[in-house]
Design a protein around this ligand. Sequence first.
Ligand code: ADP
Length: 297
Amino acid sequence: MSIVELHQLTKRYKNNRGIEDVSFSIEEEEIFGFIGPNGAGKSTTIRTLLNLIFPTSGRASIFGKDIVRDSKEIRQHIGYLPSEVHYYDDMKVIDLLSYSGQFHRNFNEDKMKKLAKRLDLDITRKIEDLSFGNRKKVGIVQALLHEPKLIILDEPTSGLDPLMQHHFFELLREEQHRGATIFFSSHILSEVQKMCDRVAIIKEGRLVKVESIESLTKNRVKNITLTFEKENPSAVDLEGIVKQEVKGRDIKLLYSGDIHPLLDQLSSLPLEDVVIEEPSLEEVFMHYYENEGGEEK
Ligand code: ADP
């Protein structure tokens, strides 16, 4: 049995597209990423799964139970971090966490303190005195403190500095080893690539693709800028070049495939400079669309 299953889940807002016909499933102990640009429908999907908003059509289940009918029972076993956290500002962190912990049978004060320590969060401080990043940490501790079976995190890393992100990812790995299933959304591809077993890609309310990180990495797309010694260089001829644009002394490439033939070729060119970077999500999506919706080549 899958832990989470969506069947043609659709949520339309009055004047806005939400999500349309979204279907995928998440297996036990998976770290599953949900990626797409802002406004793609990630929060809408998550909020529907948590029964914070009602689906327009389609259905979904969590732990084999219906998300609408059995939502109360389901919620007992879920840790949720919303994309924006709002708290009672004049409460101390420790009081807030103890208060929210009481609602769960598995609340473990020791675990709460350990988590806070790991994230370098001072629980004696008042919420109103915390920075955005520290508030995020409060939300993370809150989502993990009752040892939930399923952890759903909506844009968990925004506001965390790189070191904290690292600690946070370590925590997630430990949760996975404890037996938890993790579903988290992001608009940053590299983050998802680092953490997840599989990802679902969503754009404009529709699922583009569900793919294992392994094959995403195999097909990893790169943005390459070559600066030549002279103007108007001739085009580079290499399998794996998805797009090529010549401008002045520069050639911009979108490249997908093995890097070795690329590096061999580059070393023989009269280059002045090379920049290789991760493409934006948009460019990755373009790549998928150009390959007829992401079919592997
Ligand atoms: P994401 O989480 O991927 O950034 P959202 O799920 O927040 O995307 O938004 C998906 C679409 O639904 C957007 O077009 C957004 O404007 C719309 N939307 C989200 N929440 C509401 C709402 N409460 N009322 C109306 N439209 C909404």
